[in-house]
Design a protein around this ligand. Structure first.
Ligand code: 3PG
Length: 306
């Protein structure tokens, strides 16, 4: 009997967890849950004798992978897999997958929740501004970026995107203008919504040079990863420009300092919650469970990322 571990420090909604369990029960697999764990060693220990693991932002690092004696597959129920040590997994022939697109609407909706919150002066009762008529620059046009464009049209925003990995016509057919450089995107956008992954090419990519190109009262919206921001440069621009705003679903390492000095210019969710909806949990959780079964039963590696 195959054994699957669902290791979620930030648990799925109960309905999603029940669905995952039911899928594995039906397939004759055993499924155990490690939720809200407080010590990473608990994950290391729980993965020791399992064949498959489902995670969210949980760190499937070298310690987990090396200690897992029979692990064959890790599925990140979500998009970004920067939390998985791909080299360590590949070295042990462990397949790593993600579930692209399954939680993207939830993340996109949160981007707008934060935009409205900041445009209305953090709901402090004073006169704010509207999103209608403003230009939104979408930095990377993947599943989340595409959903952001769809929702932005309802708000009456003008749309631009930069993504060298997506064909221009695929972006243009959504009614989004394609720009040829990051600099052009930032200089021409009142709002920038970040949807780039965290990797060696994007770490600290969002720096002073880029941010200083944005218009005076611009807002940077981050539902991607904190690692893509140069946090010292972010602090510098917040200090220099009283109209510059930063809203993020992933608090920066210098969050306390930013909140203390620039309270009206920034907002951070207390815990990453872009994908934290019942719908996204069900979509991503069920996809992960089905991908694991398809892998073991049919050798299906469609969503393999390593
Ligand atoms: C993702 O990469 O899918 C999102 O950042 C969501 O992450 P989470 O599952 O940890 O909420």
């Amino acid at each position: 009997m195959k054994k699957v571990l669902v290791a979620t420090e930030k648990p799925f909604a109960k309905i999603a967890a029940d669905n995952i369990k039911a899928i594995f029960d039906k397939a004759g697999y055993s499924c155990i849950f490690l939720e809200k764990y407080t010590d990473h060693q608990q994950f290391v220990d729980a993965a020791q004798d399992v064949d498959a693991v489902i995670i969210r932002s949980d760190k499937a690092n070298q310690a987990v992978i090396e200690n897992a004696e029979q692990l064959q597959i890790i599925v990140r129920a979500g998009a970004g897999y920067d939390n998985v040590d791909l080299a360590a997994a590949s070295a042990k022939n462990i397949v790593v997958m993600n579930t692209p697109g399954q939680n993207s609407n939830a993340v996109a909706e949160l981007a707008f929740g934060m935009m409205v919150y900041q445009a209305r002066n953090q709901f402090n009762g004073s006169s704010g501004t509207e999103l209608k008529g403003k230009t939104l620059g979408i930095h990377a046009y993947g599943n989340v970026g595409k959903n952001v464009a769809r929702i932005a049209k309802g708000f009456g925003m003008n749309l631009k995107a930069f993504d060298p990995f997506v064909k221009a016509e695929d972006i243009q057919k959504d009614g989004v203008e394609v720009v040829e450089s990051i600099e052009t995107l930032y200089s021409g956008s009142d709002y920038i919504s970040l949807h780039i992954p965290a990797n060696d090419k994007t770490r600290k990519l969002i720096n002073y040079d880029l941010l200083s190109k944005m218009p005076a009262n611009a807002t940077l919206v981050n539902t991607a990863r904190k690692e893509v921001i140069n946090e010292d440069d972010l602090k510098k621009i917040l200090a220099e420009r009283k109209g510059f705003n930063y809203v993020s679903d992933i608090a920066p390492d210098n969050a306390a300092e930013l909140k203390e000095n620039f309270a009206s210019q920034c907002f951070f969710t207390p815990k990453k919650m872009g994908a934290q909806t019942a719908e996204a949990n069900i979509n991503a959780g069920i996809a992960a469970a089905k991908q694991i079964i398809a892998f073991f039963e049919e050798g299906d590696t469609t969503f393999k990322v390593n």
